[in-house]
Design a protein around this ligand. Sequence first.
Ligand code: PSU
Ligand code: MN
Length: 302
Amino acid sequence: MSYPLQIHEEVAAAFHQHAPVVALESTVITHGLPYPENIATAQQMERAVRQGGAIPATIAILNGCIHIGLSSEQIEYLGQRPPTTIRKCSRRDLPIAIGERLDGSTTVAGTMILAHLAGIAVFATGGIGGVHRGHPFDVSADLLELGRTPVTVVCSGAKSILDLPLTLEVLETQGVPVIGYQTDELPAFYARHTGLPVNVRVDSVAGAAAIIRARDQLGLKTGTLITVPVPTAAALDTATMEAAVAQATQEANQAGISGAAATPWLLNRVSELTEGRSRKANQALLTHNGFLAAQIAAALVG
Ligand code: PSU
Ligand code: MN
């Protein structure tokens, strides 16, 4: 017997027609953004994928069953539940959530695995996990997954609560090309600039698709990271962001917050410290990334 899997009707139809599909993660719904903005943002992201010319497939585990594509009721269910009742699923957690018949939201790593399993090549999100500042042994499973699963992740860099130079080092070791979309610099999630160079800049969807195709032609089983700066209108300036991040990180250390709880706690505290502006930036970049990922997915099937 095989694992329980349910593919949403619309997504199944898209597979059948070889139409482009973009995977979306669910941890951003359950642990990344507060209710009810989480639900509004998830729906907005699905709309952005459609506007870009693809079918969205938000991925999660419900009662131990893998879902590729969620109904709006299922998105609302995940968004309304207290985060403590939904398991945040990276690679290690997938067998636990399925075996124990839990509800689970998927991180970048978890979503990449399930997207690949379903045959989805492109995935849009906000920011990937990375190496934590001051805790260089806390390396997100996202980075290792990028090294072993051939899915393209469209994001706005790694979260600025992380150690970005060390994160780039791990990506290099893992063999993951870091592509800047219309930028020479790694974007810093809420802010557009880090001063850290990407491996290559592309200025068009066709340019991104050509690199992904070459990876597949070479038979490389590594992921590809496409980093896209947050739209200018919603961006925070680097100094504002850095100050909020530094304070939040220090407070988390004092409060002994670590492990899987670290990311949600830090994101929430940074939002408080910026009077919600980081959250607005988060929503803007998620939508923008969904739109671009859809165009890349369409270029890859076309
Ligand atoms: N960035 C956000 N919101 C999020 C995350 C990242 O702005 O919710 C989530 C993603 O699902 C990412 C995960 O894969 O946090 C990384 O967690 P960890 O550092 O525990 O691997
Ligand atoms: Mn971690």
